[in-house]
Design a protein around this ligand. Structure first.
Ligand SMILES: Cc1cc2nc3c(=O)[nH]c(=O)nc-3n(C[C@H](O)[C@H](O)[C@H](O)COP(=O)(O)O)c2cc1C
Length: 206
């Protein structure tokens, strides 16, 4: 695939999703840096804070099964559109009981309507299906358990697959528990900024 010229006017749309209920906590700081890194590479960025949105859990009512549209009228309606438009997604969630937070899981489960679009209606999930979409998972956990991030990563990978987003890896830190412990980590914030730059540096379109 030839590289795009430097003057390529296409601006990558990068969507950051803050999944922690703790504002200005560890994953918020990491996400902020990833988004700053992407922005420094010319990406158009937007961050949504799940704990400030009204997102009910999926009811498995099958109301979406014929249309691909969720019948619950809350913030997920516009977030579905943002998820379908994004070129890059950065999902940030700390580990809660070995998984993602309840706010994050509610948002993921509500993407069942997008699963219907893809697997039942057999229509493209992405608004621009010709453009490559990718995303990363950003996380921290208070403990240093082996395989701490594996269950959450499995959830995120499954969600990305449904959204036709290539899983581009994770940026995770264990042993980070206090609210701003990540600020004392020797490399984390820099690592996050660089991850954002890399995410936005990939050439478009596919
Ligand atoms: C309800 C709850 C469950 C948690 N479960 C785990 C866990 O299973 N494993 C772990 O390592 N840390 C766990 N933690 C600790 C958080 O992952 C940790 O405090 C993290 O730094 C929070 O990130 P934040 O500041 O971005 O919210 C839990 C914290 C809470 C409040």
């Amino acid at each position: 695939m030839p590289k795009l010229p430097e003057s390529n006017p296409y601006k990558l749309k990068v969507l950051g999703i803050a999944g922690s209920p703790r504002r200005d906590g560890n994953t918020d700081h990491l996400l902020h840096q990833v988004i700053a890194g992407a922005s420094s590479h010319g990406a158009k960025t937007k961050t949504v804070i799940l704990s400030e949105l009204n997102i009910l859990p999926c009811r498995h009512c099958d109301g979406c099964i014929k249309t691909g549209k969720c019948v619950i009228d809350d913030d997920m309606q516009w977030l579905h559109t943002d998820l379908r438009k994004a070129d890059r997604i950065v999902l940030a969630s700390p580990i809660f009981f070995m998984g993602v937070t309840a706010q994050t899981k509610a948002m993921i489960d509500r993407c069942q309507a997008l699963w219907v679009i893809k697997y039942v209606l057999k229509l493209p999930v992405a608004i621009n299906p010709d453009e490559e979409r990718s995303g990363i998972f950003v996380s921290v956990g208070g403990t240093s358990l082996r395989n701490l991030f594996q269950p959450a990563m499995a959830t995120v990978k499954s969600w990305f697959t449904t959204l036709d987003i290539k899983y581009d890896g994770e940026l995770v830190f264990s042993g980070i528990d206090e609210k701003e412990a990540i600020l004392r980590h020797p490399t984390a914030l820099h690592d996050a900024f660089v991850a954002g730059q890399k995410l936005a540096a990939v050439n478009m379109p596919k």
